[in-house]
Design a protein around this ligand. Structure first.
Ligand code: ATP
Ligand code: MG
Length: 399
């Protein structure tokens, strides 16, 4: 079919979607299912803020896609609503620390908070002490309670250290008419254990864990969103169940479930189907996995890319088993061609191990008699993905 014909047909075809936004990750659903307990707990912990008292700081954690951000934002909204109704001044600040630039350094984050409170700090130049002094004054003149949500707080600590959390929790001792309550959120379950004990105890005065959803719970979440997103009778029976089952395979991740359903819808529409069927879930799963690998490969450092390129070339062109040494020989020649400084074989072996962890290659450690241990290497990607990866590597390495 020619392009024009396709476009004519496409235009005639009814879209499945009536409100695609409802499947986007940042969509705020009216009802939040299966999180009553968590929402009640956060609400009760934070409620004193409405009376001007300082609530405990809260640390919320749980695996990805378990509704942490959604529930936190929901509770802030409710607090703001009730505060407004009663003419109470409360400031709520939400920061996603994963966002580039906002939370890369202690200075940047404090500057961002100051900006949210209406004061621009100079981009750089102030010594840290001075920044806190200025910030302290800005907070003090608000004369009201402040609720600060630091989402993905592990990213902040990874980039900027945990001094900032310490300083923010200490600031209250000196404030007169304002106070800051911290709500930290993380999907890194070991994050709090690696914090300085003083920081940990002040951040997690209260702790709240978000357990993963089970498959039936994900079904409920999906059903509610898919009714909003798709027109009637466009989603075949069993589709929601299958999405939920896939998303619950590893751990119950609602974001992944919603993404699967959205991508399945897009595929069905692109293929000119009348409805979304079970097979589109598999296609969607493949596509998402493919995109994941492509992203991953693109974002690797050059040395990693050179190593992966060597693996793919040598494994694809060899009839025998491939070991680390074979990859290393190829890699050294590739370095010559591409002006890279070769790493040691030891290091390359580690990198191969990392690709194994990502599921891109399978690198079993085997014993080769007196030569010691080495890795037996296979490619862990479907043929079509492998081709795509190779194309990317050709471009990235300038081959
Ligand atoms: N109980 C629920 N009801 C309806 N939608 C939900 C529910 N839980 C999660 N979702 C939806 O799933 C997606 C992921 O949720 P959310 O962003 O809150 O996860 P998270 O725990 O913050 O994950 P991460 O740690 O990766 O940031 C969002 O689109 C959200 O709207
Ligand atoms: Mg989140």
């Amino acid at each position: 079919m020619g392009a024009e014909d396709y476009l004519r047909d496409y235009l005639k075809q009814d879209s499945f979607f009536q409100n695609k936004v409802a499947l986007q990750p940042n969509y705020h659903p009216e009802d939040i299912n299966h999180r009553e307990n968590e929402i009640t707990k956060i609400t009760k912990i934070l409620a004193p803020i409405l009376k001007g008292h300082k609530p405990s700081n809260v640390f919320m954690y749980g695996k990805t896609g378990t509704g942490k951000t959604l529930c936190a934002k929901h509770v802030i909204q409710q607090i703001n609503t009730v505060a407004n109704e009663n003419n109470k001044k409360i400031i709520t600040l939400y920061v996603n620390c994963k966002l580039k630039r906002v939370a890369d350094t202690e200075y940047r984050l404090v500057a961002e908070l100051a900006r949210m409170l209406g004061t621009e700090l100079p981009i750089t130049g102030l010594p840290t002490d001075e920044v806190y002094n200025v910030f302290f004054k800005i907070v003090n003149i608000q004369e009201c309670p402040i609720l600060l949500i630091l989402d993905e707080i592990d990213q902040l600590v990874k980039k900027a250290g945990d001094d900032l959390i310490y300083n923010l929790t200490r600031i209250n001792g000196e404030l007169e008419k304002s106070h800051i309550t911290l709500v930290g959120i993380s999907n890194d379950l070991s994050f709090a254990d690696n914090l300085d004990p003083r920081v940990k105890s002040s951040l997690s005065e209260e702790e709240l864990i978000f357990p993963p959803y089970n498959a039936p719970q994900i079904q409920d979440i999906l059903r509610q969103r898919s009714e909003k997103a798709f027109k009637k009778n466009t989603v075949e029976q069993g589709v929601v169940e299958k999405c939920a089952a896939y998303a619950a395979r590893d751990h119950g991740d609602a974001r992944r479930a919603l993404e699967l359903l959205r991508v399945a819808g897009e595929i069905a529409e692109r293929e000119g189907k009348n409805s979304i069927a079970l097979e589109q879930i598999d296609e969607a799963e493949d596509k998402i996995e493919r995109d994941r690998v492509v992203e991953l490969v693109k974002n690797q450092p050059k040395q990693f890319q050179a190593c992966l390129y060597s693996i793919i070339q040598i494994v694809s062109n060899s009839k025998d088993e491939v070991y680390t040494g074979d990859v290393y020989e190829f890699y050294k020649q590739l370095c010559d061609k591409t002006d890279l400084r070769p790493l040691t074989q030891r290091r390359i072996s580690d990198i191969i191990g990392e690709f194994d962890m990502f599921g891109v290659v399978n690198a079993k450690i085997v014993s080769k008699g007196r030569y010691g241990r080495t890795r037996e290497i296979k490619i862990g990607l479907p043929q079509e993905v492998k081709k795509k990866v190779l194309n990317i590597l050709n471009v990235e390495l300038g081959l």
